[in-house]
Design a protein around this ligand. Structure first.
Ligand code: ADP
Length: 628
């Protein structure tokens, strides 16, 4: 006997022994696997006609043996595949299961998403799988009691496909496993969970015949109408949610769904879902975006990337169009004009649904934006801003004055034509709120938008303006009064000299209780420099130390002796660095100490830092600055 892999064992135990779970879903899981196997064989049969067949799923209940058998004439498995596929629980399922268990354990949880094949052990004391891989002539039998491990041995089977034989557990006082052998129960479970499966799910039922006798008749239990082909009026939220959860292995309901039926140059129906949270691998390269593409209910492609733009990659769902040829290759599909037309229709629809939500159900939109705002923003910036105008009104930013999220439109409503949109950049809202310039803006009655995502400022640059309002970074040094015009030329020049080339000095009226702040002149902001640094560096911001001439500290500096003046400049510059979230310079602490001691004893006068040290700082070294 081979043992189950360790993590599978644990999971198995959870699945089987969580006695409150919705056991009946085991049938849905087995049927779904059979349907996948049929899909696979159908695919293969497109290029190898020998594999074509009348695809179907058959269910057989044997009351004497207490077995329920689910058979398919799908792709089947080799002995190796049996071991790989049924010896360990699918990694994706495991991941989600573990995630789900981290929160408050929910007894319904297991029933809410696919745990696949193993769910059979919720009702079975033994499961036997007899399978023959399509295109081979060897059949194998896998058996397990779902506790320690499994056995695999050769056997016989007519034709390719798989039988999953579920030997039901013995009935207990409250557990009526034999129920799953009753025709009415099986029919109703198929109707409930597997109605949309595109292959017939058949079962022999007894029907009364003339003369009082009974005859067996093979009946198809499912309507085979895919969920997305049903009329809106026929479809309840539960059915849609179930379809989503089951198709995308998510145990949470989707936050919204969109149903479309389009007749025009290209006919298609679409059923789209916005998940309530990004898939666990959404921000990794493993995530496969795209929609399932069907032609008249038959799957052509699982994740057709072409159907959704990258920035809406979190949207899941299906598109069904009768206009495509079934055996069209993936390569050809990528260039198909009809797909381009569908994709553009879908994109428009999704964006317009978002706009509607923004107007009518703000809370829901904000939920979506909290989860997928980064992705949407990326769309405004990507491709050199090709889509920015479609997206700009869907962006939300935290407003300093209003203490809530606003759109650009809401921010600019009622504003002077010439007034700029003020923004501030930082890693978090809390950090931005602490910027010295924010206080100044509030003092003047100006609202400021918080840009917390690195991409935000790039979007602002890309947009240039919103409805005529230019964007302005409150940490921009371009507004400063230059030294000549400040009326305090001597003081500022004296400061600038001491800062050497670390920063220019200008006067500003942007500040209130802070004496100085750090800003950047020209095209590269401090935030952009940081982003570029993270990406490997290169571009440097032109730093400016902006000075609040009305501040008592600065007023005090007018007639200060050189030593104290130098220390004060060091402290002020480092204060500005701290406020912007940078590390301080090595000379900072001693300068503070000397100032606190009330003077500069001759022997501990600050010495110029050696060159090598200067380079190790967070600051651009002098020579780099001079390069420009
Ligand atoms: P999942 O279906 O989520 O991958 P399961 O535990 O349900 O996980 O099944 C594991 C694997 O076993 C499937 O991915 C498939 O490769 C294989 N399998 C299960 N049932 C069948 C079947 N009826 N025919 C062919 N292969 C199957």
């Amino acid at each position: 006997m081979k043992e189950f892999k360790a993590q599978s064992k644990k999971l198995l135990d959870l699945v089987i022994n969580s006695i409150y779970v919705n056991r009946e879903i085991f049938l849905r899981e087995l049927i779904s696997n059979a349907s996948d196997a049929l899909d696979k064989r159908r695919f293969m049969s497109l290029t190898d006609s020998a594999l074509a067949a009348d695809f179907a799923i058959d269910i057989k209940a044997d009351k004497t043996e207490r077995t329920l058998t689910i058979s398919d004439n799908g792709v089947g498995m080799t002995d190796k595949e049996l071991e790989d596929n049924l010896g360990v629980i699918a990694a994706s399922g495991t991941e989600e299961f573990k995630k789900a268990q981290k929160g408050k354990p929910d007894e319904n949880l297991i029933g809410q998403f696919g745990v696949g094949f193993y769910s059979a052990f919720m009702v079975a004391e033994r499961v036997t799988v007899i399978t023959k891989k399509a295109g081979t002539d060897k059949a194998f039998k896998w058996t397990s009691d779902g506790v320690e491990g499994f056995d695999i041995e050769p056997c016989e089977r007519d034709g390719a496909g798989t039988d999953v034989i579920v030997k039901l557990k013995v009935d207990g006082d409250d557990d009526r496993y034999s129920e799953y052998l009753e025709n009415y129960k099986i029919s109703s479970l198929v109707k409930k969970y597997s109605d949309y499966i595109r292959y017939p799910i058949r079962m022999a039922v007894e029907t009364p015949v003339d003369g009082g006798g009974k005859a067996e008749e093979i009946k198809t239990l499912n309507s085979m109408t895919p969920v997305w082909k049903k009329q809106k009026s026929e479809l309840g939220k539960t059915e849609l949610d179930d379809f989503y959860k089951h198709s995308y292995h998510d145990y949470r309901d989707p936050i919204m769904h969109i149903q479309m039926r389009v007749e025009g140059a290209v006919d298609y129906t679409a059923l789209l879902f916005v998940p309530s949270e990004p898939a666990y691998d959404y921000y990794t390269k493993d995530y496969k975006r795209g929609l399932s593409l069907y032609c008249n209910g038959v799957l052509i492609m699982d994740c057709c990337e072409k159907l959704v733009p990258e920035y809406l990659g979190f949207v899941r769902g299906v598109v069904d169009t009768p206009d495509l040829a079934l055996n069209i290759s993936r390569e050809t599909l990528q260039h198909d004009r009809r797909l381009t037309a569908i994709a553009s229709g879908l994109e428009k629809k999704i964006l317009s649904e978002f706009e509607k939500l923004l107007k009518n159900d703000r809370e829901k939109y904000e939920k979506i934006f909290a989860q997928f705002g980064k992705a949407i923003k990326f769309g405004a910036y990507n491709n050199f801003g090709a889509d920015k105008d479609k997206i700009k009104d869907l962006l939300l930013y935290y407003s300093d004055a209003r203490s809530k999220l606003v759109t650009y439109k809401e921010y600019t409503d009622g504003m002077d034509k010439a007034a700029p949109i003020l923004y501030a950049c930082g890693e978090t809202q809390e950090k931005i709120a602490m910027l010295p310039q924010i206080e100044g803006a509030r003092e003047k009655g100006n609202d400021v938008l918080y840009f917390v995502d690195p991409v935000d400022e790039f979007i602002a640059r890309m947009l240039e303006d919103y409805d005529g309002h230019k964007f302005e970074n409150i940490a921009s040094g371009d507004d400063g009064k230059n030294i000549e015009k400040s009326g305090h030329k001597e003081l500022l020049e004296r400061m600038e000299k001491l800062l050497k080339c670390k920063a220019a000095v200008t006067a500003t009226d942007k500040l209130k209780s802070y004496p100085v702040c750090l800003a950047a002149k020209g095209d590269v902001s401090l935030e952009m420099e940081r982003i570029m640094d993270a990406m490997g560096g290169g571009v440097k911001a032109e730093r400016v130390l902006q000075v609040n001439l009305d501040h008592p500290v600065v007023k005090n500096m007018e007639n200060m002796p050189d030593d104290k003046f130098a220390d004060t400049v060091t402290v002020l510059y480092n204060e500005a660095l701290i406020a912007e979230g940078y590390k301080t310079e090595p000379e900072f602490l001693q300068a503070v100490n000397r100032l606190l001691a009330g003077g500069t004893p001759e022997k501990s006068k600050p010495k110029a830092a050696p060159k090598a040290k200067a380079k190790a700082k967070a600051e651009p070294a002098e020579d780099e600055k001079q390069d420009k």
